[in-house]
Write a protein that binds this ligand. Sequence first.
Ligand code: AR6
Length: 169
Amino acid sequence: MVHIDVLKGDITKVNVDAIVNAANESLLGGGGVDGAIHSAAGKGLLAECRTIGGCPTGEARLTHGYNLPARYVIHTVGPIWRGGGSNEESLLFSAYTNSLILARDNGIKTIAFPSISTGIYGYPKVEAAKVAIGAIRNFLLGNLLPEKVVLVCFDDENYTLYKGLVFSD
Ligand code: AR6
């Protein structure tokens, strides 16, 4: 049984094994959810990120969670929206899938995602939500881990959208 939950709130407060960060290729912090995760985790997170040497768009990297309730942070880089003709959909699909592969390979049972690329990177919310849910369902059908995925929505618009897509079928 594919287990997906939808929650409204702040991902830095969610009690799961790993939270996913919508980072940029430098992995050295930024605004949005990335800024919130770095402030909640504390300086140790940035220090570990400096040792990684960045992450190409569509890929993912694992660090510890430091002061977060989550034990790990999986940093992934979604695409910047450039109108839809620059491979954005497959890069977003890869960002979700590569995060889930890292989770599985590290024994992570519960993982929470923000809505990657839909803030500063400008990916249209409805299209992004469909890609997110498609990638997650596809992965969970073929893998035993993670056991549960929580989709954390920061705003009402994403919350309503995700609930409609996840619970409509
Ligand atoms: N918890 C959950 N979701 C959040 C939180 C939070 N605390 N804060 C924001 N969101 P964004 P992107 C939502 O802009 O579009 C950074 O500077 C937000 O409402 O954080 O992938 C990075 O360093 C939106 O729905 O990420 C990159 O440079 C979603 O998280 C760039 O932004 C993603 O918005 C990445 O842009």
